[in-house]
Design a protein. Sequence first.
Length: 189
Amino acid sequence: MNDVRWLSEDEQRIWRLFMDAVRDFNAHLDRQLRRDSGMPVAYYEILVHLSEAPGRSLRMSQLAELCRSSRSRLSHAVAALEKAGYVSRCTTDADRRGSVAQLTDAGYGVLEAAAPAHVTEVRKHLFDVLTPEQQQQLGEISGAVKNGLRPICAQARAEDGEDAEEAEVTVEATAEGAAGKAREAVAEA
């Protein structure tokens, strides 16, 4: 490990400040949304993405990518939102394999009610503590970090998608094989 570029003392300080700030900020927003709107920040994010989409609907795979979530985790979240009446789900007309999540009128209403307090907290704890110059710098820094991660994140999502498709094929093949064996057992009896 001689080729590792260890962090300097100052870089460690910056790294830890950054991680603490992101964790504390996200935890605060999550607490605020749970307290004021009865939903975690992840659910709020789903509703926001759906509200901004044409027809207030997105394919689940697109929504998972926008939320930076696994399909499984997103499916559980959407199921909870569906149970609450905030989202509806249906299969796509095009290929019947994919499903689409759509924001309901009730979901839009909940989002409209939650947004003012949420935006107030974002403004109060992010923008109001920074000068206009720092805000600009934060935007540039965030863009640089995001762009630096883009290729590796895209590769990981592609691999996750391939793994999910392979798992679905394996499950289908296993189910078909088990059904075939059950038919054979019934025929022999």
